[in-house]
Design a protein around this ligand. Structure first.
Ligand SMILES: C[S@@+](CC[C@H](N)C(=O)[O-])C[C@H]1O[C@@H](n2cnc3c(N)ncnc32)[C@H](O)[C@@H]1O
Ligand SMILES: [Zn+2]
Length: 259
């Protein structure tokens, strides 16, 4: 975590914006261990491995998501090289990532970044996309409920160490985003919104975090047709992950309800 992040967060408990920072370990790149304490309610948020943990009273759904992804992570061989190859993938990972990679490269070609944008990668997971924005010079923040290396935010260290990029990481909930209003030029969500039980609630949080005129980029969200079943039988569901499939109109309705 870098100090700059303190100017963008608010306390999810009392909404205050003033914090005290105590640094226990710092390297040339960032604060690796420490505590951020809300000056108003005194709630303490830990910084571990550079990740600011602002997940407060996680719901059973989030706990299931964390457990499920940790189980799935062990079912394939993950290496630093694989992470550095994302979203394209190498070896046995290539086929699984092909569609996601194609969609990402298309959307990336349309973004036309100036390179000075502030970007929130919401549901960043491993942070492979967060580092794409950082490479362009953007100030990027990856937010997710997962911490573990190879599926969660700790994977970021691989990009920071090998690619010389920097971006911040927050452990947090997309329904309770602890980032101040009007902070981001871009909110990017890859295959994340469908993990919400309440897409409107999450989108309202996104709208708050976006600057006026800011852009929400949604990519790799699964969609089913009007008459297709929404029942999912997939390995993620078997492991308790909060998978949904929404209809295109449900996304549109939620977006239209935003003020
Ligand atoms: C299919 S993965 C996509 C990860 C990443 N964006 C990518 O494209 O590889 C869905 C992500 O949503 C995250 N997620 C699920 N529920 C969440 C929540 N309530 N708040 C924040 N992230 C959440 C998961 O932990 C997971 O990293
Ligand atoms: Zn507080």
């Amino acid at each position: 975590m870098r100090k700059q992040l303190l100017g963008m967060i608010f306390c999810p408990v009392c909404k205050a914006q003033q914090f005290d920072l105590s640094i226990e370990q710092e390297n040339q790149v960032e604060i690796r261990q420490g505590t951020v304490t809300c000056q108003k309610c005194q709630r303490a948020y830990s910084v571990q491995d550079g990740i600011l943990d602002m997940l407060v009273n996680p719901s059973q759904i989030i706990l299931n998501e964390q457990t499920g992804w940790t189980q799935l992570e062990k079912m394939v061989v993950n290496t630093d090289e694989v992470m550095l190859s994302l979203p394209d993938g190498i070896g046995e990972h290539k086929a699984a990532w092909q569609c996601q990679a194609e969609n990402f490269h298309y959307i990336w070609s349309q973004l036309k970044l100036a390179g000075n944008e502030t970007v929130l990668d919401l549901g960043a997971g491993r942070c492979w996309a967060t580092r794409y924005f950082a490479r362009q010079g953007c100030y990027a923040v990856g937010l997710d409920v997962l911490l573990t290396r190879y599926v969660g935010l700790k994977t970021a260290d691989i990009y920071l160490e090998n690619e010389g990029v920097y971006f911040d990481r927050i452990c947090g909930d997309m329904h309770q985003i602890p980032l101040r209003k009007n902070s981001f030029d871009i909110v990017f969500m890859a295959a994340t919104l469908h993990h919400s039980d309440d897409i409107l609630a999450s989108l309202e949080q996104v709208q708050d975090a976006l600057k006026p005129g800011g852009r929400l980029i949604l990519v790799n969200e699964p969609v089913v047709g009007m008459r297709a079943s929404k029942v999912l039988n997939c390995i993620e569901v078997e492991h308790g992950i909060n998978e949904h499939v929404y209809r295109y109109m449900e996304y549109r309705h939620a977006l239209r309800k935003l003020k």
